[in-house]
Write a protein that binds this ligand. Structure first.
Ligand code: PLP
Length: 395
């Protein structure tokens, strides 16, 4: 085994797929300090800058004073605190679902809910570019797993038509994590109605950012009158809380009965120590901040518009995203690393994303904007990417 692992590590290095951790120090924000250097960073999912928000920090500290450091038990033993309950109630009320349930992370929520919902003989239909945690959840569930081409709803419909399973679950990122584009939720819902299927929506990158009051992707489509109401008994909605919400964890919202079922059946909910209550207390303040962050969202949208309006690349393909995730698709792993390195030398950090996170031949730099960025930061980034293009033309 050790020999094999040694060879695999070497092969990752030989193929430009080896990854390294950056050792951060100090506070986070648009400027990061790692490996003792400062970088202007476009790498975080802290879209609203709430990871640095003072009133959330005060709430977290107050929460510690009120409830202590950790829970010491799972929710069903003695770890369910009124702060968890208060957040769940506030969340479900805000996004107008019947009930909500906190999980320790988005990864755990995806695994826990999907594997509780479906099993052998059921079928999961998932977009090819779904997040890895959704694919792992499908494997764990032991359901039949059908993957449809990215956004190809005709392909999905063909698969639904030929499926013999009684229970059918369509699973999708709402905002695709490496591309920033949106799933066509209204049409997915229509297919659910037609084929008696259910829809699991992972809104890790939409909650806090999209829709009126940042209520997420369902609200966004509701605002545009493309869905009748955000809540539907066919939807299981998941939002992560370590991205725009600025802390950690995840929350799943659905009908009363489904949430009760997850409490009874989801192993990733039952067999793990509850999230510290102080975090739930901080998350409630984070939810308050999100709901009133219209100015912050306007600034974020302004940065995105500024970027998209001004960049005209020769060789690099800019994805069609209108969200805070803007992929610069360069193709090969080595080219992604070259651009990443070039920017690092100029004091800018944009992570290079390579297979298996993205398909072969689509390696990219994943720019993510945060409301903590200023317009001049966007200018600096653009200027340096354009300089990279012109120097690589010269060679
Ligand atoms: C689409 C998507 N789903 C789920 C997750 C996992 O969430 P968490 O980081 O809370 O585990 C992520 C990223 O981390 C993600 O991008």
């Amino acid at each position: 085994m050790l020999d094999q692992i040694h060879h695999e590590l070497q092969s990752l290095k030989d193929n430009h797929l080896f990854r390294t951790r950056k050792l951060l120090s100090g506070r986070l924000g648009p400027n990061l300090s790692f490996n003792h250097q400062n970088y202007l960073s476009f790498s975080s999912n802290d879209y609203l800058g709430l990871s640095q928000n003072q009133s959330i920090q005060d709430a977290l500290i107050e929460g510690i004073h009120l409830s202590g450091n950790g829970m010491g038990a799972s929710h069903l033993i003695s770890g369910h605190h009124e702060f968890h309950e208060a957040f769940e109630n506030a969340f479900s009320e805000a996004i107008r679902f019947e009930r909500a349930l906190l999980f320790s992370s988005g990864y755990m929520a995806n695994m826990g809910v999907i594997s509780a919902l479906v099993g052998k003989d059921d079928t999961i239909f998932s977009d090819k570019l779904n997040h890895a945690s959704l694919n792992d959840a499908s494997i764990l569930s032991r359901a039949i797993h059908k993957r449809y081409r990215h956004h190809d709803l005709q392909h999905l419909e063909d698969l639904l038509q030929t499926s013999k399973s009684k229970v059918k679950l369509i699973v999708t990122d709402a905002v695709f994590s490496m591309d920033g584009d949106l799933a066509n939720i209204p049409d997915l819902l229509r297919l659910c109605e037609m084929y008696d299927a259910y829809l699991y929506i992972d809104d890790a990158h939409g909650f806090g950012v999209l829709g009126k009051n940042g209520k997420g992707t369902l609200q966004y489509f509701y605002d545009q009158e493309k869905i009748k109401e955000p809540y539907s008994p066919r939807i299981i909605y998941m939002a992560t809380l370590g991205k725009a919400a600025g802390i950690h964890g995840a929350v799943v919202a659905s009908s009363n009965n489904l949430i009760e079922y997850f409490i009874q059946k989801s192993k990733q909910y039952i067999y793990t120590t509850a999230m510290p209550a102080f975090m739930a207390y901080g998350l409630k303040e984070s939810l308050n901040q999100i709901l009133k962050a219209d100015q912050i969202r306007a600034h974020l949208n302004n940065l995105i518009t500024q970027f998209r309006a001004n960049v005209k690349f020769q060789k690099i393909a800019l994805g069609s995203s209108l969200t805070a995730i803007q992929p610069l698709i360069v193709g090969s792993e080595i080219n992604a690393l070259r651009l990443n390195q070039w920017l690092m030398e100029k004091g800018i950090y944009v992570p290079a994303i390579r297979p298996p996170t993205v398909p072969h031949g689509t390696s990219r730099l994943r720019i993510s904007f945060s409301a903590l960025h200023q317009n001049k930061d966007v200018m600096t980034l653009m200027k340096n990417i354009l300089a990279f293009e012109s120097q690589s033309d010269a060679h």
